[in-house]
Design a protein around this ligand. Structure first.
Ligand SMILES: C[S@@+](CC[C@H](N)C(=O)[O-])C[C@H]1O[C@@H](n2cnc3c(N)ncnc32)[C@H](O)[C@@H]1O
Length: 207
């Protein structure tokens, strides 16, 4: 089973002008993106190869910019926020150097990290059209412990940042038949949600 996650980063910077000493402030909560990447992939001394993580940045000056991280291709990335931010900075630089007519296609920046001009909804729709199940993580959804998933079913989990995904994208998810699933009665950080999802699926399928 391939586990895919997509994270909407409403305010994250879309230029490579990243100040590594100020990921939460001038970089528009890039710290959240880095923590999500860390939670999506890193085990103790290993990487989850069966994971793909997308983040779509909607901050200034050039939104949207989508990043794709592919677990079975990643090299040299380590779990700390600063290291991940350096790879994101390289990807945004690569995007700036990509010719305009190629920007909507995925371009590889470093092994397993791709960048493109793509909308959050278009990536989700593409997955839906490929027959993947779309699960929107939300406090008010159905308890994930009671959601049946087959071991060989590919699933995409949708997550918001500190602002959430917004009403329009929520309506879009409803229209395409995404299932709303909850991990806790409490409002959690997105990176913690990823850890919980992995834990629930690991206990079901990695015994
Ligand atoms: C910090 S929360 C977002 C809070 C934001 N104020 C809102 O209203 O959506 C970040 C994301 O984590 C996910 N999340 C938070 N708590 C959750 C829960 N109990 N169950 C499932 N997903 C949750 C949601 O996808 C949410 O958009």
């Amino acid at each position: 089973m391939l586990r895919e996650f997509i994270f909407k980063a409403n305010k994250t910077i879309t230029s490579s002008n990243i100040n590594l000493k100020d990921l939460p402030g001038s970089c528009g909560r890039l710290d959240l993106v880095c923590r999500c990447v860390s939670s999506a992939f890193f085990l103790s001394h290993d990487i989850r190869r069966d994971v793909i993580f997308y983040a779509v940045f909607y901050g200034e000056p050039n939104p949207p910019v989508a990043l794709k991280f592919v677990g079975n291709e990643l090299k040299k990335v380590s779990p700390d926020e600063r290291n991940i931010a350096i790879f994101i900075k390289k990807a945004l630089k690569k995007f700036e150097e990509t010719p305009e007519n190629k920007k909507t296609e995925w371009t590889e920046s470093t092994p397993g990290i791709y960048v493109a001009k793509k909308e959050f909804r278009d990536i989700i729709l593409e997955k839906k059209n490929e027959g993947k199940r779309i699960l929107y993580l939300h406090k008010e959804g159905k308890d994930f412990e009671n959601v049946k998933i087959n071991e060989n079913e590919d699933v995409m989990f949708v997550l918001g940042d500190h602002i959430g995904i917004g009403e329009e994208d929520e309506k879009f998810l409803e229209d395409i038949g995404a299932e709303k699933v909850s991990l806790s009665p409490l409002e959690l950080h997105a990176d913690h949600c990823i850890v919980i999802v992995h834990n629930i699926l690991d206990k079901r399928f990695k015994k």
